[in-house]
Ligand binder design. Structure first.
Ligand code: HEC
Ligand code: HEC
Length: 385
């Protein structure tokens, strides 16, 4: 109980109106209709689906919130997902059976689950990513991310960074991906369609086909797959589930900084001087936007949203990302998130730092050369995020 209370207090920050904002709150300054969209979205995001709603045949969770609920709806959970594939002697990656995501559960229970083929020689785990402030991340222009990339290391600092050029499924336009560990999506609507089908087995306008890795259409039918679009528009609101998820995530407030003291301030300076900020860019700006909540706003996310090789790549090629690349995670809200790293293998921020190599080798060496009390300032800064 004590821990819960202190977590709650640490998350207390103040909105523009001066009222405290808790993690999981809507952004300040939304219009009444945006607040209503947020409320309906939150409801749908937490809604527990059943086979009658289209859940399955294969799924990882029965609501979005099962994996996005710590420290509030929209956050993370302790689960990890499994991806698998095959890499041949020349390094060529194949997504076996046409995909890489293997599901934890099925409807009917136990019967409709794909087996990871014995030939698979790449197995990866992925932890959830928190959604606080996702609307601001979506509102950052592609050109801002393109201006940050340096794939050929022209400035010779050892840090490259590549923008993920992808086709956005919702708009069918070339965009710069920024969501997911592989920067596989550019928009919250596309991610919603992907997650609804791939995490929950609920087909929708953007992902219309049921999918269980390696299952034939006959096997799918035996598992109850019907071939219709399961995410239908609500008769009252005219909105689909994926529209509601999009709205919830878009209007979900970022987690604000915790208390800042002298040691945190010193740590923030070190974060830049040892080179962490080269990838964990402290602030990006949103572009021009018709909606005042997203128009030219600073986004203190501590990420460049680019793909990097820091030696932790999960071996899976996905979208524009190579096997060894992972998108720099945003560090805002870090104090509410454990475990860390894409596969959830780091218990503490310091463990996560130690795991950085390759492009990040220089900055980690500089961190490790610091006297312990100075390192602790940098860690205090991380724990203020
Ligand atoms: C079984 C657990 C699980 C469920 C259920 C789930 N997610 Fe996720 N979510 C994840 C994981 C794991 C990731 C990281 C995935 C990756 O990049 O491979 C993620 C990432 C995301 C991201 C990317 C955020 C960012 O900033 O990069 C969005 C958006 C998202 N989920 C939305 C949803 C929505 C909407 C639903 C419901 C339709 C949902 N998720 C259901 C586990 C889950
Ligand atoms: C070359 C770019 C780069 C540099 C430099 C860099 N990082 Fe990272 N950082 C990343 C990437 C990419 C990941 C994700 C790795 C993964 O999950 O496998 C990451 C992950 C992290 C995480 C875990 C976040 C989470 O949500 O799991 C922390 C904490 C972190 N970095 C802090 C630092 C600190 C502190 C420094 C400086 C000492 C630093 N990073 C330097 C790119 C970088």
């Amino acid at each position: 109980m004590k821990l819960a209370a202190s977590l709650l207090l640490a998350g207390l920050c103040f909105s523009q109106t001066g009222r405290p904002t808790l993690p999981g709150s809507p952004m300040a300054g939304l219009s009444p209709s945006e607040q209503e969209r947020f409320r309906i979205g939150l409801q749908d995001f937490t809604d527990v689906e059943t086979a009658e709603d289209g859940l399955g045949p294969a799924f990882n969770g029965h609501s979005c919130a099962v994996c996005h609920s710590i420290p509030a709806i929209g956050g993370v959970s302790t689960m990890t997902e499994v991806r698998a594939g095959y890499r041949d002697a020349d390094g060529k990656f194949t997504a076996m059976n046409g995909g890489t995501l293997y599901h934890l559960f099925s409807t009917p229970p136990h019967r409709c689950q794909a087996q990871i083929p014995n030939e698979a020689n790449v197995i990866a785990r992925r932890a959830p990513i928190p959604l606080f402030g996702a609307g601001l991340i979506e509102a950052i222009d592609d050109s801002t991310l393109l201006a940050l990339e340096d794939p050929d290391d022209r400035d010779n600092d050892g840090v490259r960074g590549r923008a993920a050029r992808i086709i956005d499924i919702a708009t069918r336009r070339e965009r710069i991906g920024r969501f997911g560990w592989k920067a596989q999506h550019a928009t919250l609507l596309s991610f919603s369609g992907d997650a609804y089908r791939n995490e929950m087995g609920i087909t929708n306008d953007l992902f219309p086909n049921e999918d269980v890795l390696g299952f034939t259409p006959e096997q799918l039918k035996l598992c109850g797959a019907k071939g219709n679009i399961e995410d239908v528009r609500d008769r009252r609101t005219g909105l689909r589930g994926i529209d509601n998820f999009e709205a919830f995530m878009k209007f979900l407030a970022p987690i604000a900084r915790g208390p800042v003291d002298d040691s945190v301030r010193a740590g923030e300076t070190l974060f830049t001087s040892v080179g962490c900020a080269t990838c964990h860019t402290p602030v990006l700006m949103t572009g021009q936007n018709a909606n005042p909540s997203f128009n030219r706003k600073p986004v203190p996310l501590f990420s460049d949203l680019l793909l990097h090789d820091v030696g932790t790549g999960d071996g899976i090629e996905q979208s524009a990302a190579a096997a060894n690349e992972i998108r720099t995670p945003a560090l805002w809200g870090l104090r509410f998130r454990r475990p860390l790293l894409h596969d959830g293998t780091a218990a503490t921020p310091e463990d996560a730092i130690r795991r950085h190599g390759q492009e990040a080798a220089g900055s980690v060496e500089r961190f490790q050369e610091l006297p312990r009390p100075i390192q602790e300032q940098l860690l205090a800064f991380l724990n203020s995020l």
